[in-house]
Ligand binder design. Structure first.
Ligand code: ADP
Length: 206
């Protein structure tokens, strides 16, 4: 069996990191292949500086921001994702092209068709499965606030941005293994993902 490239999508606080850990462990024993866990932006060796730069820069135009995220992805692909897949490993990645589409269109007003055209020309590898953790923005927002020790960084603007991004993800629902998380526990979500992934892997091997 070749290594699988699987991405996790959703707004901040939707549980990507939590599920990435669980799914990576499960995938490793299910496939018998080592699994590389990574994230965007900045998940490649030495990517931390670009991550900090992208996430702390407030004054870029939407287009510059888009191109910075894609530069990050290009390095991620060539330095970590393709080499790992070539070595026969699975790769589980938090965030991918659909984050770019959801944030840069829904969040920051670029045309979806423009973003899609630019992404297409980058020739990034297509994931085997893309999982969307659909969590109500209000719930995710509360989790992020707790994680940030009630800092006031994520006030009203944060929640309204989360709502817009969430709507954009839902418009792309047919691309994903869509998990309607509601108030499901971490384990319930994990098993819902496993059920869908197992069915897909079995279906594909028939
Ligand atoms: P993300 O990576 O999408 O930002 P995290 O996995 O870091 O999200 O989760 C954000 C917070 O919410 C963490 O403190 C995590 O423990 C908690 N959390 C994740 N999934 C659930 C869940 N299903 N129910 C309750 N809390 C959760």
């Amino acid at each position: 069996m070749a290594g699988k490239f699987i991405t996790l999508e959703g707004i901040d606080g939707s549980g990507k990191s939590t599920q990435s850990q669980k799914i990576s462990q499960w995938l490793e024993s299910f496939t018998g292949l080592k699994t590389v866990r990574t994230f965007e932006p900045g998940g490649w060796p030495d990517g931390e500086r670009l991550r900090e730069f992208i996430l702390s820069s407030k004054n870029f135009s939407s287009m510059s921001e888009l191109l910075l995220f894609l530069a990050d992805r290009a390095e991620h692909v060539s330095r970590l994702i393709l080499p790992s897949l070539a070595d026969g490993f699975n790769v589980v990645c938090e965030r991918w092209n659909e984050s770019t589409l959801a944030y840069q269109s829904g969040g920051h007003g670029l045309e979806v068709s423009v973003i899609e055209r630019i992404i297409e020309s980058c020739n990034f590898p297509e994931p085997y499965a893309k999982i969307f953790l659909d969590v109500p923005p209000e719930i995710a927002f509360e989790r992020v606030r707790l994680r940030n020790n009630h800092s006031d960084k994520f006030e009203a603007e944060g929640l309204s941005l989360m709502r817009k991004v969430s709507d954009s993800y839902r418009l792309m629902s047919d691309r994903f293994i869509h998990i309607d998380c509601g108030e499901m526990s971490e384990d319930e979500i994990f098993w819902a993902i496993v059920e869908r992934l197992e069915a897909k892997i079995h279906g594909d091997s028939d």
